[in-house]
Write a protein that binds this ligand. Structure first.
Ligand code: BGC
Length: 787
C-alpha cells in the first residue's frame, strides 16, 4: 500500500481551509440570543441599509398588491422594518392611524374579513378632556393592532391647531399644547399597554398640508418650545412612545427629518427619549412629484446623523445611497450604529419577534361599545336655548334635514381613515333610540344623497383615490311649501351640517369654513318655518375642524357639535340628544366670529401665496385663546367652552402656599347643583407676571374632569403647579424661567368663564430648566407682542 505523505505546505492549506470552513459554518449571531452589539457587528453595509431604510410600501398606500406582488402579511399596512433572516431579524409591521387601525378589510382568496373599529377623530377625543377615557380607547385600539399582527400604530397625531383651515386638524387635538400632550400621553399608554408600539407624529410644526413636504416654517425658539414642542414633550415624558415620526416640513431651513436640534438635542439630550424616530412617508424628498425621479434622493446620511433612525417607507435609491456612504466612510458610523441599536432594541420588543400568535379576531363588539361611549363624551353642547335638549319626545315625528344626516361622517380621509365594517348614520341612531323620523324626508333625501355621494366618490377616484381630498355634498334643494308643511306636521327639526377633509390639502375659507349658500338657505328656511309654528330647530355639526357659527347660531335653538364621532356616531349623538348621556365635552380650540380674527390668518400658508415655500409664524405664541383672550377679540365660542344638562358650582379654591417654593397645590370643589347627573371639567389657567417677557393674558396649566356627579354631589379636584408650569421660555437665557412677581390662579369652566381666582407670589426668578440654544431662525422677524 502506497503511503501518502503530506507536505507541510499542503497541511497548512488544509488547516486554514478547515478553520475558514468552520467559521463559515458557525452561525451568524442571532438577534435575541447574541447581544444587539454582536448582531450589529456582524452586519454587512447592505444589511445595515436594509434595516435603516424601510423595505418599501408593498401595494402602495395599502391598496391591494400590484400585479404579481405577493400578499403582505397585513394587507393595507403602511410599511415596516425589513427582515434579515441570516441574523434572526424578523420583519415588523407598522400601520396607520389615529382613529383606529387602518388596514385592508378584505384579502385575496380569503373569506375572512379584517375590519377595524373606527373610533372618534382626534378633535373629538380631545374634547372629552378625559385622559382616563382616552387611555381606555387606546387599550381597545391597541388590542386590534396586536390581534391583526401589527407591531406599531402610526399615531397619535398631535400637531397644534395653528389655524382652523389645516386639513388634518381633525386628527390633531388642540390649539393648546397641554391638552394635546395629556391626551396624546393617555392614548399612547392605552395602546402600549397591549405590548404594541405607537408613533407620535408629526414631530414637529407640521401645521399645514399645503406644500407639506417642502415648506420651510420660520418659527421663533420661544413659539417652538412653548407651543409646537410642548405637547410632544409631555407625551414623551409621560408615556414613553416606542417611536416618533418626524414631520415633512422644514424648520428654520432644515427638514424636520434632518434636524439635529429637534431629533437629538431636544428629543434625546433634553427630554431623555429612548425610542427610535422614523421619517414620515418620503419625508426629506422635495415634493411627492420628485420621489421617483432619477437622481433625487433624500439625504439619508444627514437624516440618520441628525437622529432620524428609520427612513420610511424606504426606496432602493435611499438604500443604495446609504450603502455607498457606509462603504466610503462618508456616513457617520456612530450615528449608523446608534440608529441600528435603537431599531433592534425595538424589534426585540415587538409581538412579531416574540412570535405572538395573533388571532385576526379582535373583540370588535366590545370596541363598538367603547367608541360609542367615548364619542358621546366628546360631543360638545354649544347652545341649548330654552333647554330644548335633552329632546325626549318619541311620540311625534322629527323632520331631519341635511345630506349629512343621511350620510353621516365617521372620520376624515387619508391615512387617518379607518376601514370599518359599518357606520351608524344619524337616522339609524335616532331610530335605534326610539325617535320617530319623518319618512317623506327620508324618501326624498335617500336617492338624492345616494347620487351625490356616488358622484363625489367617482370624483375622488379620478383625483388620486386614497389621497383625494373630499368635497362637501351640495344640499338638496328644499321647496318652501314642503318645509312649511313639515313644520306643521312634525314636532321639531334637526339639521346636520357636514364637513370632511384629509391630508394633502388644507381647507378653504369660502364654502368650507364659512357655510355655503345652499346651507344658509337650508338653515334659514327650516328655522323660519319651524319657528313660525313655535317649534324648535336643532343643529348637529358633523365636522372634523372648526367652521363659522356666529352668523347663524341665533337662528337655531340648539347646537350639538358631534365632530366625526366614529362608526357608532349616530348612536352616540342619539345618546346625547336623548339625555342618556349628559354632554360634558368642551372645546379644545377657539370658534372665532370671523376667520380673520385668528392672528395666524395673516401668515397662514406662507409665501409666495400661489405656491408657498416659506411660512412665517409671526403670531409667535399668540395662537388660539392665547391670542383671543390677550388681544380681547371676542370669539363665537371660546376655548374650553361646553354646556351641560345640569349646572355646576365651583367653590373653595385653595392654594397650599401663598409664596411659591417647589410647588403649589391647588384644590377646588365642584358641585352638581342641577337636576341630572353630569361631569364637569375644571380648567386651571394662570396669569403670570410679564417683566422679562411678553405673556398671554392667561394660559392653561391644568385640567381635571369630575366623575359623574349626582345632583347635589360634589368632588374636590387637585392640581399641582411646579416651577416649569409657571415658566415661560426666555430666549436670551435659553431657559424656562418662572419670573418673580404675582401669579393669579384662575379656575373656571372655560377660558372666559373663570369662577374663582387666587394669587401667589414668586420671590425671585426661578430657572426651572436650562436648555440648549437651538432653532436659530434664519432671518429675523419679531414675534407678535402684546404691547
Ligand atoms: C402621513 C402620515 C402617515 C403616513 C403613512 C403620510 O402621508 O402624513 O401621518 O402615518 O403617510 O401612511
Amino acid at each position: 500500500m502506497k503511503k501518502t505523505v503530506l507536505s507541510v505546505k499542503t497541511l497548512a492549506v488544509i488547516v486554514v481551509f478547515t478553520v475558514q470552513y468552520a467559521r463559515a459554518q458557525k452561525k451568524a449571531p442571532q438577534l435575541g440570543k447574541a447581544s444587539i452589539e454582536e448582531v450589529i457587528n456582524a452586519m454587512t453595509p447592505e444589511e445595515k441599509a436594509l434595516l435603516l431604510v424601510g423595505p418599501g410600501m408593498p401595494g402602495y398606500a395599502g391598496l391591494t398588491p400590484l400585479e404579481g406582488e405577493p400578499d403582505m402579511r397585513v394587507l393595507g399596512a403602511a410599511g415596516g422594518t425589513a427582515a434579515i433572516p441570516r441574523l434572526g431579524i424578523p420583519e415588523t409591521v407598522v400601520a396607520d392611524g389615529p382613529a383606529g387601525l387602518r388596514i385592508q378589510p378584505k384579502r385575496k382568496n380569503n373569506t375572512n374579513t379584517f375590519y377595524a373599529t373606527a373610533f372618534p377623530v382626534g378633535t373629538l377625543l380631545a374634547s372629552t378632556w378625559n385622559p382616563e377615557l382616552i387611555e381606555a380607547v387606546g387599550k381597545a385600539m391597541g388590542e386590534e393592532v396586536k390581534e391583526y399582527g401589527v407591531d406599531v400604530l402610526l399615531a397619535p397625531a398631535l400637531n397644534i391647531h395653528r389655524n382652523p383651515l389645516n386639513g388634518r386638524n381633525f386628527e390633531y387635538y388642540s390649539e393648546d399644547p397641554l391638552v394635546a400632550g395629556k391626551i396624546a400621553a393617555a392614548y399612547v399608554r392605552g395602546i402600549q399597554a397591549n405590548g404594541v408600539g405607537t408613533s407620535v407624529k408629526h414631530f414637529a410644526a407640521n401645521n399645514q398640508e399645503t406644500n407639506r413636504l417642502t415648506v420651510n416654517a420660520h418659527i421663533s425658539e420661544r413659539a417652538m418650545r412653548e407651543l409646537y414642542l410642548r405637547g410632544f414633550e409631555i407625551a414623551v415624558k409621560e408615556s414613553a412612545p416606542w417611536t416618533i415620526m418626524s414631520a415633512y416640513n422644514k424648520i428654520d431651513g432644515t427638514y424636520a427629518s434632518a434636524n439635529k436640534d429637534l431629533l437629538t438635542t431636544v428629543l434625546r439630550d433634553e427630554w431623555g427619549y429612548k425610542g427610535y424616530v422614523m421619517t414620515d412617508w418620503f419625508g426629506g424628498y422635495p415634493g411627492f412629484e420628485n420621489i421617483l425621479k432619477e437622481g433625487v434622493v433624500s439625504d439619508v446620511p444627514a437624516q440618520i446623523a441628525a437622529g432620524n433612525d428609520l427612513i420610511m417607507p424606504g426606496m432602493d435609491a435611499q438604500r443604495a445611497l446609504l450603502v455607498e456612504a457606509i462603504k466610503s466612510g462618508k456616513a457617520d458610523n456612530n450615528a449608523i450604529n446608534t440608529s441600528l441599536k435603537r431599531i433592534l432594541g425595538y424589534v426585540v420588543e415587538t409581538p412579531t419577534f416574540k412570535k405572538y400568535k395573533y388571532s385576526n379576531k379582535p373583540d370588535l363588539k366590545a370596541h363598538a361599545a367603547v367608541t360609542r361611549t367615548a364619542a358621546a363624551e366628546g360631543i360638545v353642547l354649544l347652545k341649548n336655548e330654552g333647554s330644548v335638549l335633552p329632546y325626549t319626545n318619541t311620540t311625534q315625528t322629527i323632520a331631519v334635514f341635511g345630506d349629512t344626516s343621511y350620510n353621516f361622517i365617521a372620520g376624515g380621509t387619508g391615512s387617518g381613515d379607518v376601514n370599518e365594517a359599518y357606520t351608524v348614520s344619524l337616522i339609524e341612531g335616532l331610530t335605534n333610540a326610539g325617535y320617530k323620523i319623518d319618512q317623506d324626508l327620508v324618501t326624498a333625501y335617500t336617492p338624492y344623497v345616494k347620487e351625490v355621494v356616488a358622484k363625489e366618490m367617482k370624483r375622488r377616484e379620478e383625483n388620486g383615490g386614497l389621497l383625494a381630498v373630499p368635497q362637501r355634498l351640495i344640499e338638496m334643494h328644499l321647496d318652501a311649501g314642503m318645509v312649511a308643511q313639515k313644520a306643521k306636521t312634525d314636532a321639531a327639526a334637526i339639521i346636520t351640517i357636514g364637513r370632511n377633509s384629509g391630508e394633502n390639502e388644507d381647507r378653504h375659507i369660502e364654502n368650507d369654513f364659512y357655510l355655503g349658500q345652499d346651507e344658509i338657505q337650508m338653515i334659514n328656511s327650516v328655522s323660519e318655518a319651524f319657528h313660525a309654528e313655535g317649534k324648535k330647530v336643532i343643529v348637529i355639526m358633523n365636522i372634523g375642524g372648526v367652521i363659522e357659527t356666529f352668523s347663524w347660531k341665533d337662528k337655531v335653538d340648539a347646537i350639538l357639535l358631534a365632530w366625526q364621532p366614529g362608526q357608532e356616531g349616530g348612536n352616540s349623538v342619539a345618546d346625547v340628544l336623548s339625555g342618556k348621556t349628559n354632554p360634558s365635552g368642551k372645546l379644545t380650540m377657539t370658534f372665532p366670529v370671523d376667520y380673520n380674527n385668528h392672528a395666524s390668518a395673516d401668515n397662514w400658508l406662507g409665501l409666495p401665496a400661489n405656491n408657498p415655500t416659506d411660512v412665517y409664524y409671526k403670531e409667535g405664541i399668540y395662537v388660539g385663546y392665547r391670542y383671543f383672550n390677550t388681544f380681547k377679540v371676542k370669539p363665537s365660542y371660546e376655548f374650553g367652552f361646553g354646556q351641560s344638562y345640569t349646572t355646576f358650582e365651583f367653590s373653595n379654591l385653595n392654594l397650599s402656599a401663598t409664596t411659591f417654593k417647589d410647588e403649589v397645590k391647588v384644590t377646588v370643589t365642584v358641585k352638581n347643583t342641577g337636576k341630572v347627573a353630569g361631569k364637569e371639567v375644571a380648567q386651571l389657567y394662570l396669569t403670570a407676571p410679564a417683566q422679562l417677557e411678553d405673556k398671554p393674558a392667561l394660559e392653561l396649566k391644568g385640567f381635571a374632569k369630575t366623575k359623574a356627579l349626582k345632583p347635589g354631589e360634589q368632588q374636590t379636584l387637585t392640581f399641582v403647579l411646579k416651577a416649569k408650569d409657571l415658566a415661560s421660555f426666555i430666549d436670551a437665557q435659553s431657559a424656562w424661567v418662572a419670573e418673580k412677581g404675582t401669579y393669579t390662579v384662575k379656575v373656571g369652566a372655560s377660558s372666559e368663564d373663570i369662577k374663582l381666582t387666587k394669587d401667589f407670589t414668586v420671590a425671585t426668578d426661578i430657572v426651572a430648566e436650562k436648555v440648549h440654544d437651538t432653532f436659530k431662525t434664519e432671518e429675523g422677524f419679531k414675534d407678535l407682542e402684546n404691547k
